[in-house]
Design a protein around this ligand. Structure first.
Ligand SMILES: [Zn+2]
Length: 66
């Protein structure tokens, strides 16, 4: 007798943390939607991503708790 271990890898679970939200519709945009990463004048990384909802290129807004 042996215990059956249900540890199947889940192909749908991608290690894809959201970058932020679409400023227009609030959709979370994962790195799958990133088009361009660039460095801003202040040294931070800016991102352009294509929102699948708006079908537009937007700059994801981070979920900063302020
Ligand atoms: Zn959107």
């Amino acid at each position: 007798m042996e215990g059956i271990c249900h540890t199947l890898p889940s192909p749908l679970m991608t290690d894809d943390p959201p970058l932020g939200r679409c400023p227009k519709c609030g959709e979370e945009l994962s790195s799958a939607y990133v088009l361009v990463e660039y460095e801003k004048d202040d040294g931070t990384t800016g991102i352009w991503a294509e929102c699948p909802i708006c079908d537009e290129i937007v700059s994801p807004q981070n979920n900063s708790q302020r």
